[in-house]
Structures are given as C-alpha cells and as structure tokens.
Design a protein around this ligand. Structure first.
Ligand SMILES: C[S@@+](CC[C@H](N)C(=O)[O-])C[C@H]1O[C@@H](n2cnc3c(N)ncnc32)[C@H](O)[C@@H]1O
Length: 337
C-alpha cells in the first residue's frame, strides 16, 4: 500500500488547479478526479502547501482492505500517516476522526489508539484531521497535512456573511493577467478577498475596491493589514448607483451580491444593470471583466443587452455552511470591438 498525497478542490476548478500544479516542480499527478487529485508521495510537502487553488491536502493510503475493521487490527497503518503529519513544527493538541459508523467498536478502538499514542484530545474543532472512507470502490484512509484547512487564509482575521471562498478568488484572478496589467478594480469588495488574493500575486498593481457598507470596509481593512497590503490597496465606501469616479481600469473583478447578501428592498436586476453600465464606463477598451454569481440567468440576459460578450465560463459547485450546495458561475467578459 503506497502512500500518496491527495488534494481537494471546488468542483469546476479542475483546470485552474492543474495549471497551478504545472508551475510547481516535483509534483507528479497519478490520478485526477472532479473534486480531488493525487500526487506521488514526496516527503517534503512544502510545495503542495503553497497551492492556492486547493481546499485541503492529505497524506493517504488506499486499498480494498482498508475498512475500519481492518484498520482497528492494523493500527500502525494510521500511525504511519499521523507520524508523517505531526513531524511538522506545530503542537498538535486535538484530533477528529471522520468515519461512517463512528459508534462502532472498531472506530472507538482506533480513536482510543490515537488518543493514547499521540496524547491528543478528541474534538470537533481539531488540529489533526483523520478520515476513513470510500473513494469510488476502494477504501481510503488519510490525515490532513495542515492543522487548519488551507482555505482559512492567515490574512482572514475578519469574515462577513457571503465572503468569497479564497480559492475561487484565486481562480477568478488567474483570468486577469495580474503580472502584466497595471490596474485592478474590485466592485462590491466585501471583506477584501479578491483584492488581497490579487495583491499577493502582484502588490505593485493599482488595486482599488469599493463597497457601500462602511462597517464591512473596516473589516476588510483589518484583513488587508494582516496580509501586509495596506500600502497597495485603496478601499472606498461608495454605492454603485452613485457611479463613483475612481479612474479607469485594466481589469474589473466582482463577486456580485446574490441570495441573502442582497440588502432588503434592493432590486437585483437594477443592481446588476448598474454594475454592467458602470463597468462599461470604467473598463479600458481591451480590459477584462470577471464576475461571480449564482444569478447567472439574470446576469447573462443583462450582458446580452450590453457591449460585453462572455469569452469564458466556469461552472462551480460550492458547499455551504448549512451542508447544501450552490451552483455559481464565473464569467470572463470583454468589450465587443
Ligand atoms: C457577495 S458580497 C462580496 C463578498 C466579498 N467578495 C468577500 O469575499 O468578502 C457583496 C458585497 O456587495 C456590497 N453591496 C451590495 N449592494 C451594494 C451597492 N449598491 N453598492 C456597493 N456595494 C454594494 C455588500 O455590502 C457586500 O459586501
């Protein structure tokens, strides 16, 4: 049973993840799925942890025999994986084992083994995450390589309802040629995820964002400071309906309000029309407009009546905190010549 490294990602981001991996030496992919892929095991996984398009990374073993019953009789298989992870310079205190039938005798025995051998407390909010489950027809056991999910970026000290998953922000920014453009506007900037992910790629860009909610902007400023980008990002409190005069931009990126994030009494159609009209006004002729929303039908209709055309689309499946799914899309648009 060979060890491998597994990384997970949002369904629909496959090509973004593959493109990012191509740029990292030493990562040899041996299997690709719709929401995960596997690399040959490498003892130093620092490079894996630099990937910004993935949700999580694990060291795993797969095999038809690796069910909870077998693992409870061969606990060293899990032990070997845990030993790899806890070598890292982090003081692990707690663990969580995710496995169907967690009340069974076998699973309880495995938990006792982990707790006693590694002196860890079992906890829902844990540092060491272990799972046993099925991957297709094969059993799989894995341990997360990091104490926190990779999507919980260090800069995110403040969150807002409806904040964008940073791996999606990273993905949207890959369409923006960040290293060759000069200016980037983020309309509806919220907690600043798109701006920060862009600034981390190129802090010398003219990065500007605006949101009509002053309190949200104050939270975004804290995130921007934590990311070390306070000198690179300008944030304004402004309403799209007032068409703020901020100059013109090579790129506009926007996570549009939708669902619960739309203010009471605000009309989505009016808002999206104002957004497209404003973007037409402030985007450079050869610029790109990159948009994220679940309200794609409405947006496509409005784009259809505008001077923009859609050049690329990503269809995503994103899990929500309530355990459901949303099906947003990313649209890359250009002005028709
Ligand atoms: C989906 S959230 C953006 C979340 C952001 N991408 C993040 O990661 O935190 C939409 C944002 O649009 C802002 N907004 C809604 N209506 C607006 C308007 N008329 N003018 C400017 N901002 C508006 C909201 O305050 C909210 O922060």
């Amino acid at each position: 049973m060979e060890k491998t490294i597994k990384v997970t990602f949002i369904r629909g981001l496959n090509n973004i993840v593959l493109d990012e991996i191509k740029k990292v030496p030493n990562l040899k992919i041996n299997y690709q799925g719709d929401e995960s892929l596997y690399f040959d095991f490498i003892p130093d996984f620092k490079e894996v942890l630099t990937l910004r398009s993935i949700l999580n990374a694990y060291v795993v073993k797969q095999g038809d025999a690796l069910n909870p019953h077998y693992l409870s009789n061969h606990k060293s298989i899990i032990g070997e994986l845990i030993d790899i992870v806890i070598q890292q310079p982090f003081k692990y205190k707690s663990f969580k084992l995710s496995c169907a039938g967690s009340d069974s005798k076998e699973v309880k025995e495995i938990k006792r083994y982990i707790s006693n051998t590694y002196k860890l407390l079992e906890s829902e909010e844990s540092d060491l995450e272990i799972f046993i489950g099925k991957s297709g027809n094969t059993w799989e056991v894995g341990v997360r390589l990091t104490a926190r999910p990779l999507t919980l970026r260090d800069y995110k000290v403040e969150n807002i309802k409806g904040g964008l998953n940073p791996t999606i922000a990273y993905a949207m920014n890959t369409f923006c040629d960040l290293t060759s453009i000069k200016s980037y506007l983020n309309i509806f900037s919220g907690s600043g995820t798109l701006l920060i992910e862009a600034g981390l790629v190129n802090k010398d860009l003219n990065l500007v964002g605006f949101d009509h909610n002053g309190k949200t902007n104050a939270l975004a400023i804290k995130n921007i400071k934590k990311a070390g980008l306070i000198k690179s990002i300008k944030l304004k409190t402004a309403d799209i309906f007032d068409a703020p005069q901020l100059g013109t931009f090579d790129v506009i990126a926007s996570d549009l309000p939708f669902g619960m994030q739309i203010s009471k009494g605000e009309d989505l159609e009016k808002l999206y029309k104002a957004f497209i009209k404003y973007s037409d006004k402030v985007l450079e002729k050869s610029g790109k407009l990159v948009i994220y929303t679940t309200e794609h039908e409405l947006l496509v209709e409005i784009i259809g009546k505008s001077r923009f055309s859609v050049t690329e689309t990503l269809e995503l499946k994103v899990s929500t905190v309530t355990g459901g799914y949303i099906y947003p899309k990313v649209f890359v648009c250009k002005l028709k010549i």
